[in-house]
Structures are given as structure tokens and as C-alpha cells.
Design a protein around this ligand. Structure first.
Ligand SMILES: [Zn+2]
Length: 71
């Protein structure tokens, strides 16, 4: 994947979290997160069976990480 900021090739790796990787519109206690709650986006993208590991692209020059959460 090309970095959308500098157009250089990004490095594929992983972001991992024991309890899953999600995007939320507001910060919450992780223990209170419920994937079925409205507004929460599960970022699982096929890197692992459980949602605690997701593929992520990194650009060291721009200090950006991109997660494509399409399955
Ligand atoms: Zn970049």
C-alpha cells in the first residue's frame, strides 16, 4: 500500500490488543466496550480469527498507521 501522505510504500505489520481492536467515537473504559453498541467499529480485518490482531500499514516518514478494516 502506498502512503496517501508521501506516496512511498508502507510496511505491513500488525496492531495487537488482548481485548480486540476497535474504533470508538468517544473514549471509554475498555472493559465497558460492547462490539454491538451503536457507533463502535470492530477493526478485525482477517489477520487472525480473534479480533485482537489486525493488519496495519505503517509509514515511518509520516508517522502514520492505516488499518483497512474491510474483511
Ligand atoms: Zn508517508
Amino acid at each position: 500500500m502506498k502512503c496517501p501522505y508521501c506516496d512511498k510504500e508502507m510496511t505491513l505489520g500488525y496492531i495487537q490488543s488482548r481485548d480486540g481492536v476497535v474504533w470508538t467515537p468517544k473514549a471509554r473504559f475498555v472493559s465497558a466496550l460492547n462490539l454491538y453498541r451503536k457507533g463502535i467499529t470492530d477493526l478485525a480485518n482477517g489477520a487472525a480469527e480473534r479480533s485482537g490482531t489486525v493488519y496495519a500499514y505503517k509509514c515511518d516518514d509520516c508517522k502514520k498507521v492505516i488499518i483497512d478494516y474491510s474483511k
